[in-house]
Write a protein that binds this ligand. Structure first.
Ligand SMILES: [Zn+2]
Length: 100
């Protein structure tokens, strides 16, 4: 729920930032990136939120989804996060079994 408020607020701040003539170019760039995102040529790095091209080599396959990353650092972080999640879920079920 609150996420929308934050998004609207962030959008308003961005709009404020981009209203200047000098900054208009940046807004245009952002729009270009968003249109590329919509056409599927650009994807968002799930770790840092940077836009990366689908032509990039830095990617991780998770099930039937493929995630793209801006750097190997982000990819490492993401892989570690995935492994960490699986490990914590595994230990939790293990504890539950012990109790039962
Ligand atoms: Zn990144």
């Amino acid at each position: 729920m609150y996420r929308w408020l934050i998004l609207i607020l962030a959008g308003f701040i961005l709009w404020k930032l981009f209203t200047g003539d000098k900054k208009r170019k940046k807004a245009q760039e952002k729009e270009d990136k968003e249109s590329l995102l919509a056409t599927g040529e650009m994807v968002k790095d799930p770790m840092c939120g940077a836009f990366v091209s689908k032509d990039g080599d830095i990617r991780v396959r998770e099930g039937d989804k493929v995630h793209y990353f801006c750097s190997y650092e982000c990819r490492e972080k993401y892989v570690k996060m995935l492994q960490g999640d699986t490990a914590s879920v595994g230990s939790e079920t293990g504890d539950a079994k012990k109790d039962a």
